[in-house]
Write a protein that binds this ligand. Structure first.
Ligand SMILES: [Zn+2]
Length: 472
């Protein structure tokens, strides 16, 4: 199996729309792919796909191995970029040993996992029965894994191909939950003579709310709230909108305010921007600040509610909350202030919490809700998913570590991850399932600029091939 072959399959996948929740085209493509090769395949009601290959001659007694990737991808693009996620292929380039999409996400998370599975299914490598599972909507709540029937696959050992540091074997993951807080407010007319001013923070690096939460990157929603909370110039808030997906760190945020002193407010915002650029000069070197007068309907959020919203966004915890006491360097508990949107008398704030300890996850989710409750909002928690507790005595871990040492002459790192993997959900339905997760090196997943390191892909392919052929 060559890494070029996997890359070619992945390039084909980049042409197939597969935004979370709209996976119909990739699902159909996978089933068609299996049909063309005469492979056993099925799709369940929600859209999960299984494609299986029988054991090679002489390998009939080898236990079934399940390989798993997710069909969907996070669809993010830079502002101003034209890209229709329902039909446009992803634009990528190969640059300095990386495959990279500059203006959008690349979708190597987890398209490269799909490609690796298909290459294995297509190969004539000597293996036991392989069952490749492709779930849907992993990125928006793991709906596919959650809805999967407990008999969907038969194997008792699963390799998840959805982690992103080659040379690292993952044997545990965080659980999580999302929290939505809604503050209802009345609207009032803008003060007479006041001018509408739009202020905007952009150029944050953003990133994944699990993997990147410990990188101290700017959260533009929280920083906008910080400015508005301490703004020395009187204003009324008309709107505040920033962030996007629950699992992405907010890269942009804009607010529209009415003020009788637009120049003074713009000046204060510029001074704030200079402070912030200094604070985040290493983590977010492209932070930008802009204020301009704009045409806005003369309607504002009633003052008290606006003040409460701003204070809550400012006070809301964001970032690493606790480090693991068991595994050095592992973020144990974190929370992400993901997005705020105001419209039609409602401010909706989306946050997401993660922890390797379920009770700690519930505690940080409650703390976040409490902040918004103080502001008069009501909160709901949704899409919880369980964590996956490490098992250092795992058989597949032994197989993978021995293979890695044999191939590359060094030990892979064995780690747990501060992000959700579908493994936690599989464990609930397939008790005793022996699992591991690994993949090639990806950087900047879930944000425009996502990239795949080609040298790591080569090592990953060698390792995967060795593991599936030596597994017994
Ligand atoms: Zn993924």
């Amino acid at each position: 199996m060559e890494s070029k072959q996997i890359l070619d399959i992945f390039k084909e996948i980049t042409r197939i729309p597969r935004e979370s929740g709209s996976e119909e085209q990739i699902t159909a493509w996978l089933l068609d792919w299996a049909a063309q090769r005469g492979l056993e395949a099925k799709r369940d009601a929600i859209g999960n796909v299984l494609i299986a290959k029988p054991a090679s001659k002489g390998k009939e007694n080898v236990p079934v191995l399940v390989l798993q990737a997710h069909q969907d991808m996070v669809c993010e693009k830079n502002e101003g970029v034209q890209h229709d996620w329902a039909k446009d292929p992803i634009n990528y380039v190969i640059e300095d040993g990386w495959m990279i999409a500059h203006d959008t996400t690349l979708g190597a998370d987890d398209g490269i996992g799909i490609a690796a599975c298909l290459a294995l299914l297509e190969s004539d490598l000597p293996t036991g029965r392989l069952e490749c599972i492709f779930t849907i909507s992993e990125e928006t709540g793991m709906d596919g894994a959650e809805a999967m029937a407990s008999g969907f696959f038969t194997g008792k050992t699963l390799i998840n191909l959805d982690s992103e540091d080659e040379g690292e074997m993952f044997i545990g993951c965080a659980g999580g939950v999302n929290t939505e807080s809604v503050l209802e407010y009345g609207s009032v007319a803008a003060p007479k003579g006041a001018k509408a001013l739009q202020i905007r923070i952009s150029g944050g690096i953003g990133g994944h709310s699990g993997d990147d939460i410990n990188k101290e990157r700017v959260n533009t929603v929280q920083q906008m709230a910080r400015f508005l909370y301490s703004c020395p110039v009187d204003f009324e808030l008309a709107s505040i909108n920033g962030g996007g997906k629950h699992n992405a760190i907010a890269r942009e945020c804009a607010a529209v305010v009415f003020t009788s002193a637009p120049e003074a407010l713009a000046k204060a915002f510029a001074a704030f921007g200079a402070d912030l650029q200094a604070e985040y000069r290493l983590s977010d070197p492209s932070l930008a600040f802009e204020s301009k007068e704009c045409a806005a309907e003369g309607i504002c959020i009633e003052h008290k509610a606006a003040r409460a919203l701003i204070a809550a966004l400012c006070a809301c915890p964001h970032g690493v909350y606790a480090m693991s006491q068991d595994i050095p360097g592992l973020v144990e508990t974190s929370t992400n202030l993901a997005a705020v949107h105001t419209a039609a008398g409602k401010a909706v704030v989306l946050t997401s919490q993660r922890s390797s300890i379920t009770s700690a996850c519930n505690a940080i989710a409650a703390k976040t809700a409490a902040v918004f409750e103080l502001a008069g909002a009501t909160s709901r928690h949704f899409s919880p998913y369980p964590g996956w507790k490490p098992n250092v005595d795992s058989h597949i871990l032994k197989v993978c570590v021995e293979s890695y040492k044999r191939l590359f002459g060094c030990e892979p790192a064995v780690k747990a991850i501060h992000a959700g993997l579908e493994c936690g959900l599989f464990l609930e339905k397939f008790p005793g399932l022996d699992m591991i997760s690994f993949g090639p090196t990806l950087r900047g997943v879930h944000a425009p600029g996502e990239k795949l390191e080609l040298a790591s892909l080569e090592r990953f392919v060698k390792h995967l091939e060795d593991v599936v052929t030596s597994f017994n």
